[in-house]
Design a protein around this ligand. Sequence first.
Ligand SMILES: Cc1cc2nc3c(=O)[nH]c(=O)nc-3n(C[C@H](O)[C@H](O)[C@H](O)COP(=O)(O)O)c2cc1C
Length: 169
Amino acid sequence: MTVRAIFDRASVRQFTDDAVSDRQVEGMLRAAMAAPSACNQQPWEFYVVRDRETLERLAKATPYAAPTGRAACCIVPCMRTSGLTAPECAQQDMGACVENLLLAAADLGLGACWQAVYPSRDRVDNVRAALGAPDGLDPFCLVAVGVPATDPIPSGVKRYDESRVHRVG
Ligand SMILES: Cc1cc2nc3c(=O)[nH]c(=O)nc-3n(C[C@H](O)[C@H](O)[C@H](O)COP(=O)(O)O)c2cc1C
C-alpha cells in the first residue's frame, strides 16, 4: 500500500451482494492493528459481523448507520476501557486504527464507511447489545465493508487548503 490509497479512499455507502473474504478481512485487521498508539497500548479489539440479522440490527443501533444494513460485512473496532497505560489517549489510538482499516479497504478495492458510535452512551450500549460485547469494551464505530456498487469518487485530494497551514520559521 502506498500514499496513493489515501487519495483513492472515499466513503462508500452502497454495495453489491458480493462477499468480503476472510483474507480481505484479515488484511484490513492487520493494517488496523499496525496503527501507532500511546505507549503502544493498542486499546483495540474487533468484531467481524457477516450475519444479516445482526447487520440489520447494527444499522438501527445508531442514527446514520444505514450503510451497515446494505453491506456484506461490518467490522466494529472496540476500545478497552480498563488496564490502559495512557487511557486519555485511547480515543486517538482508535482513530488511527480506524483510518488504517479504511485505507486497507481502499487498497483491496473494497468500499467502506465509518459510522459514528462512541462517545454517545446510547449508541455504545445499543451496539454492545447487538454484538453481545462485554462491559469494558466500548464499540468505537461501525465500519461497513463491501464491494462498491459504483466506482468511488474520492474528494480528499481536493481538500488541501493553504490557509489552514501556519508556518513558523
Ligand atoms: C468520526 C466520523 C464519524 C462518521 N460518521 C458517519 C456516519 O455516522 N454515517 C455516515 O454515513 N458517514 C459517517 N462518516 C463519514 C463522513 O461522512 C465522511 O468521511 C466525510 O463526509 C468525508 O467524505 P469521504 O470519506 O468520502 O472523504 C463519519 C466519518 C468520521 C471520521
